[in-house]
Design a protein around this ligand. Structure first.
Ligand SMILES: *Cc1c(COP(=O)(O)O)cnc(C)c1O
Length: 223
């Protein structure tokens, strides 16, 4: 199994520009498989559930240079735990959650790196800011002093054609560039987290700086 994981990683790497950060998504993946990916050079790992991440991190404490990324929806009551477990949170998806995290980060004196999750098509299954909502909230987001806003996360709705997915990714890139041009003092827009196993080449084409890959590295999830 470990050979297969290392081989898949070795195949994907050369397809990514050196500036693109590969985040291995390990939801439902065993600790042994995570160790294999680590052995193949991966240092960024993504999880979407707090409890699952905590259990695994406990068993991986010897791998000290892992950076953990939270990529799934975060409920306010788990926000404190999230700050303890993750140095990046890609899925900050509302002003309310942002403000809760900002308050907790002040209390814990930590400075997590966060991305703002945007929703570029209406999708009842997805969280995130619409473009007008985000533009309206920027002045308030700019007042955060503990959370370090580094960019955006984009997730297209399921089952779209490549053309449509590419259009959404381009829109994500344009939105990040537009916000960047506004020169906010506390909002950076250098990072764009988009692209999963099925669509990461399109995301890279549109200017992603982080891709979140699960199944293409670890094999199909059964759920
Ligand atoms: C599960 C998940 C991924 C990885 O999806 P794969 O199809 O396994 O590559 C990426 N991003 C988010 C937000 C996810 O929940």
């Amino acid at each position: 199994m470990s050979d297969a994981i290392a081989e898949r990683i070795a195949k994907i790497r050369p397809q990514l520009p050196p500036s693109v950060r590969l985040i291995a998504v390990t939801k439902q993946v065993s600790v042994a498989a995570i160790r294999s990916a680590y052995g193949a050079g991966i240092r960024d790992f993504g999880e979407n559930r707090i409890q699952e991440a905590e259990t695994k991190q406990d068993q991986l404490q010897d791998l000290e240079d892992i950076t953990w990324h939270l990529i799934g929806h975060l409920q306010s009551n788990k926000a404190k735990k999230a700050l303890e477990l993750f140095s990046w949170i890609h899925s900050v998806d509302s002003l309310k959650l942002f403000q809760r995290l900002e308050q907790l980060a002040a209390e814990l004196s930590c400075q997590p790196e966060i991305l703002l999750q945007v929703k570029l098509r209406s999708d009842p299954n997805k969280h995130g800011w619409t473009i007008p909502e985000l533009m309206a909230d920027l002045p308030v987001l700019n007042q955060g002093h503990h959370l370090r806003i580094r960019g955006l996360m984009v997730i297209p709705p399921a089952a779209q054609k490549d053309e449509e997915i590419l259009a959404i990714f381009h829109q994500g890139r344009e939105l990040a560039d537009k916000i960047k041009q506004q020169n906010w003092s506390n909002i950076e827009m250098e990072q764009l987290s988009m692209g999963m196993s099925a669509d990461y080449p399109l995301a890279v084409q549109a200017g992603a700086t982080m891709v979140r890959l699960g199944q293409i590295i670890f094999g199909e999830r059964v759920n």
